[in-house]
Ligand binder design. Structure first.
Ligand code: PHE
Ligand code: ZN
Length: 853
């Protein structure tokens, strides 16, 4: 384990080497004397030997710290400085460790540890940032209560827990709940507060605060509302109450991720908090609601019960994503939420799981843990919880969760602990289910049908392709929710869960009056790829009549996808039968507009590339762009009257409200506008742009115009209007690089990366421009290779400044093996050039090595 022998920088850490720390901590006291170049941190930590542990290796992590002095029980200590920290001889009895270190937050561009953003001090400690603040056993299984004193001239001084004494130039905080160091947080700055309160079920009055820069005070209302709804929901649905007197959220502009669940002091990327109708889109509101809920839910799933080690990351993340998805489903529309979650899963996790970066939901080794905050750990991790719930039923799930909270409160746990509560509460062996945590790769589920005049037999097969380091795969338990429709569209057999445990298995439905149409994998009941030769007539029937909204949508998606694949492979025309069926569905007034909007959306370019590759065809991104565009144009022409009516009548009336109903109507009108603009010359979009009083409609119109290359004036107007709003300006950048067609994309990205407002050290801006471009397949995969070169150049530049964001964005190249020989060679060359960069970070080195692997 790295803790025991931290010699080489790029050492691999293995789950099997886990060993507990030798000491327990009764109390941590920290004092911060803030200074941009020389912050002093003193720590007083009460250690005691852990009777349960074998090791007595007193190793404290520490990185980039200047040790001023250390004492043990008041006596000067002489620690041995070793790579990654220090070692010290300590008494074989309880003792007090005191240390003083100096750090330079203003020099910290990696945004990990204590750093500065717009003159404000803030911290990010997950996963291993606390070791950049002071010497400490920086591992999640070491939990302790923290007291913090901050000395600084800033008007606002915040840390975890409940507020203590406060005076001129200082503030004290006490967190009574023991926690691992990764949940530590400190904020100091000139901030203003949007305050409110929440009274818990048992009567605790909690002061809620959202802390932002002065100009942003008006943009906190929605996040606050979402927070209160999340608090009430967790009481109602999981019986979980909040446990401190205050709950604070701080918005920062410079942040590597979305947000962080520090105990009582969540720190958020400002893009995940701030919203006003004029500056935020419906999608932004939705994201804010879900991230606010996610971080709040971590208070129980993550903080009160945390992870034993970082291999167990999915214990808190998979569960918390699952919980935030449930919350959004309850607060909004469950089918729409499910479809969006599956779209995200397929777009990011399937891509990862079917490429060189594939890894199990619970990885077994890593070099840099920050590289494992992945779609697999988060989104596939959440799918595993959903499958468990399907397998044990709602009641079983509720019993298991109650037991989990009762049994493990205050502990640092493993996936074994998690599965054991299900086994105990539901009296069920989960040995085979556990494979889902260990086996990487997306299973392919095959479906064969047989009919003998009264019995319908579904034969399911499963096969998981090999992934790096895992050549052989065993069969998994797969819950396949299935229903049967009669040929007239009525439901013949309602949904039942077919529990698949073998590689090949048959399920019989007897005594049926007619040969049914099977609706398989309803609600996307397992994270698998369904391989089924789809008969278009059956798909059209499902699209028109399936009682399962997910599969209704899925049927349409398959029709669209199959038509696009046929266009690309055989030069076929777009599927007119699909357009006719879609036209009917789009006009079903009783159907949720948000759902209809999703049905009108086309498969993304990368989805199509993935599907082609899966079917053994080498994808050509430029051809995909063109086929998709002509498919969309044909669709717009085929549905024109319907779309025109939807555009006219769907938009909600009255002042903007971000609620799901109004957002769904705007989404439907927006989908119609996007399609119509391809065939109407842009008149509607131009008028909408000029009249828009909210960002959803302003940006929707602008996107439509950019897509047809007729937005020059509007782009200039937009810039002039919003150049001082950093979050809106990110949209302006992102939209241009993301929507540009193959002829202009590289040039657009180049021009915009030279724009004076391209402040590339801010992760949000870097992601908007470079990430936005890399996510535009028609530009990134430009046949000249210039797209790859541009992204590689920028990653090389960002790496020394911010390794975490660089490593994360290097995944733009993860699909390199999919493409033709020229592109493959160019992408490989870009990867090798990055890898050859002198001093490349451990983060990026690990990612590129795995991609080339
Ligand atoms: N734990 C955070 C979340 O899931 C994500 C995060 C990880 C943020 C690492 C910062 C650093 O919400
Ligand atoms: Zn999380």
């Amino acid at each position: 384990m790295r803790d025991a022998s931290p010699q080489s920088a790029a050492e691999t850490v293995h789950l099997k080497d886990y060993a507990p720390f030798g000491y327990l901590i009764d109390k941590v006291e920290l004092v911060f004397r803030l200074d941009p170049e020389a912050t002093r941190v003193t720590s007083r930590i009460a250690f005691r030997p852990d009777p349960a542990a074998k090791s007595r290796d007193f190793f404290l992590h520490g990185e980039k710290l200047k040790l001023i002095g250390a004492r043990i029980d008041g006596q000067k200590a002489a620690p041995e400085m070793v790579k990654g920290g220090l070692r010290c001889t300590v008494p074989d009895a309880p003792f007090l460790w005191e240390a003083e270190v100096e750090i330079a937050p203003a020099q910290n561009t990696a945004l990990d540890g204590l750093y500065m953003s717009n003159g404000m001090y803030c911290t990010q400690c997950e996963a291993e940032g606390f070791r950049k603040i002071t010497y400490y056993p920086d591992r999640p299984d070491v939990m302790a209560p923290f007291s913090v004193r901050i000395e600084g001239t800033q008007p606002v001084l915040l840390s975890n827990g409940n507020p203590g004494r406060k005076g001129e130039g200082f503030a004290e905080w006490h967190d009574p709940w023991k926690k691992p160091a990764y949940l530590f947080a400190l904020v100091a700055g000139d901030l203003v507060c949007h305050s409110d309160s929440f009274t818990t079920r048992s009567g605790r009055r909690v002061a809620l605060g959202i802390w932002v820069r002065a100009g942003d005070l008006e943009k906190c209302g929605f996040a606050m509302d979402a927070l209160k709804r999340a608090m009430a929901w967790d009481e109602r649905v999981y019986g979980r109450e909040y446990d401190l007197d205050v709950f604070n959220i701080v918005a920062v502009d410079d942040f590597n991720m979305g947000a962080m669940e520090n105990k009582g002091l969540n720190i958020f990327n400002s893009s995940a908090v701030l919203a006003s109708p004029e500056t935020a889109t419906d999608a932004n509101y939705e994201r804010i609601e879900s991230i606010i809920a996610h971080e709040y839910f971590h208070n129980w799933t993550g903080n009160r019960i945390t992870c034993r080690d970082w291999f167990q990351l999915c214990l808190k993340e998979g569960l918390t994503v699952f919980r935030d998805q449930q919350f959004s489903a309850d607060e909004r529309s469950a089918p729409v939420q499910r479809i969006n979650d599956v779209l995200a899963l397929r777009g990011r996790q399937f891509r990862e799981d079917n490429g060189p970066l594939a890894h199990p939901v619970r990885p077994e080794s890593f070099v840099e843990i920050n590289n494992f905050y992945t779609a697999t750990v988060y989104e596939k991790g959440a799918e595993l919880i959903g499958m468990l719930r399907r397998l044990v039923g709602e009641d079983g799930y509720a019993r298991a969760l109650d037991l989990y909270f009762r049994r493990h409160d205050g502990q640092a746990c493993t996936i074994e602990d998690w599965l054991k509560v299900f086994e105990d509460a539901c009296d069920r062996d989960l040995g085979q289910f556990k494979l889902w945590y260990a086996q990487a790769g997306t299973p392919r589920l095959g479906v064969e049908e047989a009919w003998d005049g009264s019995t319908f037999t579904l034969t399911l097969t499963q096969k998981t392709p090999p992934t790096p380091g895992q050549a052989q795969k065993a069969p998994l338990v797969i819950p396949v929710a299935t229903g049967l429709l009669a040929p007239d569209g009525s439901e013949l057999v309602p949904t039942r869960i077919l529990e698949m445990t073998e590689a090949r298995q048959s399920f019989r439905f007897a005594d049926l009056p007619v040969r049914p149409v099977a609706s398989v994998l309803r609600g996307f009941s397992a994270p698998v790829i369904l391989e089924r030769r789809a008969d278009p007539r059956q798909l059209r029937l499902l699209l028109a009549h399936d009682t399962d909204p997910f599969n209704r949508w899925e049927a349409g998606r398959l029709l669209a996808r199959n038509s696009l694949l046929a266009m690309l492979r055989d030069g076929a025309d777009p599927d007119a039968g699909y357009f006719a069926a879609l036209n009917d569905l789009a006009g079903e007034l009783e159907l949720d507009p948000a759902f209809r909007a999703l049905c009108l959306a086309l498969p993304g370019q990368d989805d199509i590339a993935q599907a082609l590759h899966d079917g053994g065809t080498v994808p050509d991104p430029v051809a995909i762009y063109r086929a998709r565009r002509s498919f969309a144009e044909a669709m717009a022409r085929a549905l024109q009257p319907r779309l025109a009516a939807l555009y006219e009548y769907s938009r909600p009336e009255g002042p903007y409200s971000p609620d799901a109903g109004a957002a769904g109507r705007r989404a439907l009108a927006g989908a119609a506008l996007g399609l119509l603009t391809l065939v109407d010359g842009g008149g509607r979009a131009r008028r909408q742009y000029a009249a828009a009083d909210n960002m959803t409609e302003q940006l929707g119109a602008l996107s439509a115009l950019v897509s047809i290359g007729e937005a020059e004036e509007e782009l200039a107007q937009f810039y002039a209007q919003w150049k001082d709003d950093r979050l809106v300006l990110d949209k302006w950048f992102g939209l241009q690089v993301g929507l540009a067609g193959p002829e202009t994309a590289v040039a657009t990205a180049r021009t915009l990366s030279e724009h004076p407002d391209f402040s590339w050290k801010t992760p949000n801006r870097f992601r908007a421009v470079i990430g936005g471009f890399a996510a535009n397949p028609a530009g990134f995969h430009d046949p000249s290779g210039a797209g790859y070169g541009l992204v590689a150049d920028w990653l090389i530049r960002l790496d020394p400044v911010n390794p975490q964001t660089t490593a994360r964005m290097s995944t733009a190249f993860e699909t390199w093996r999919r493409y033709d020989a020229d592109r493959r060679a160019q992408m490989r060359e870009a990867l090798e050039r990055m890898l050859a960069t002198k001093g490349l970070s451990r983060d990026t080195t690990e990612m590129i090595t795995r991609m080339l692997g």
